[in-house]
Design a protein around this ligand. Sequence first.
Ligand SMILES: Nc1nc2c(ncn2[C@@H]2O[C@H](COP(=O)(O)OP(=O)(O)OP(=O)(O)O)[C@@H](O)[C@H]2O)c(=O)[nH]1
Ligand SMILES: [Mg+2]
Length: 475
Amino acid sequence: MIDVQCYNRQRVYGAKILFPVIRETAEHVLFLSPFVKQLLQTGIGVHIDVTMVGPRIMRKINREQRGIDELTDVLSFPAHDMREGALEKPLDPWETFAPDDQNTLYLGELVISPDRATQQAEALGHDLERELMFLTIHGVLHLLGYDHESEEDAMTMETLQRQLIRSLEEVPSGFVALCGRPNVGKSTLLNQLLGRTLSIESPKPQTTRHAIRGVLFLDDAEIAFLDMPGLHKPNNALGRAMMKTAMQSIRQADIIALIIDASWHPYIGEEERRVLEIAKEDHKKVILLINKIDRSPKEAILPLIALYDNNWKPDACIPISAKTGDGLNLFINEIKCLLPVRRRMFLEGDETDQTERILAAELVRREILRQTEQEIPYGVAVLVRSFEEEIDESGDRSEILIEADIICERASHKKVLVGRSGRMVRSIGTEARKAMEALFDAPVYLNLFVRVRSNWQNRPQDLGAVGLLPSDSPL
Ligand SMILES: Nc1nc2c(ncn2[C@@H]2O[C@H](COP(=O)(O)OP(=O)(O)OP(=O)(O)O)[C@@H](O)[C@H]2O)c(=O)[nH]1
Ligand SMILES: [Mg+2]
């Protein structure tokens, strides 16, 4: 929970004018902070106090706390040492939480002068509400460890302030789940929409194993796409975890984009039916995407559309090619019409939940999918054990050192994965490294180890270790 407590210690401006705008703005800024999001996901709330004071008191606080004998607009008193949205050092439990509330982190206090805000609003030619929004954003950013001491820091803070002001406008904004059976092209579509590789794609089914978020920031909309494992009947713990992940993403979405293959016979399968039932139960919008039209005759598409339209009446049916990008503008325009209009939910830069560490593991797995056959890729997981960056004098990344384990089911699989004189693992490493260098824009040194861990796909602790157990919290 995000708790913003407002106190009024002056008499000129009423709480009814001041509190709603300050509270809503502060809540919004905290909600968008990746640090706060992470806390909320682990069940920890945050709390800040905001106090309005008259000009005399404001000047006194400014004099006593900063040695500046002048009236100022906003003062911030952070409770923790933070730098650019992250804690400088891990939290000590006794200093972190209020004694009566172990689940809430106190972030500090803002003091605001409504008199000074009014003067500034008049000078700048906008209303008091806008000025209060700006001051609250500025103050909360200070609590989160942003400042304007150096020119570089000031630029970072200004950019964030501009983005945050923009994010207060209401636009079509929300989550779109890309769902469907394995191999229909969900990951290819996500990558095409975002213009970069966030999710590995391959001709082999059941490539994607976890949920992947990619946010498209547009001037007039914000669309968070969710890629997920393909819907299938699971036959082990890994499969069940994958299906749980997929269902969580579907339940979280505002719009369900159900993807089918243009080459399929006109028949609604069990997986598709299940998704459409959930959409109906939860009153979600549905867009049917008929993918891979680049390789199917146009006549094949119409019976598919007619079948779904007659039986389930989706909000839209759009033929697309995730590969060539055909039809994607139509898809985006349709999403804009169907999404609720509300404040943005992400900050530019917070495009994905995929860390470079996860992407590195996935790029190794993609090579295994490409270079090995039969059951081997399905019995493999990749765990990045260390990911270290070297930084040069100018602060740029000069190289990345990565160590990863390829975990397989059997000794016979290990033999194939290592190959004669280590040829296979070297080839996997070379191709994965090239892809990482292109993606991370830095030289990469990659060390791969092949290890056997029989039956890992059925052991919850092993699934957890390779990041494949779905969490119970929303994405
Ligand atoms: N010709 C053609 N191929 C496509 C298109 N979209 C995806 N593919 C191919 O279909 C295969 C599967 O694509 P993915 O994006 O990995 O499919 P997915 O739905 O994410 O599959 P899972 O992760 O296994 O559930 C790949 O070989 C893609 O290149 C398309 O529009 N046209
Ligand atoms: Mg996929």
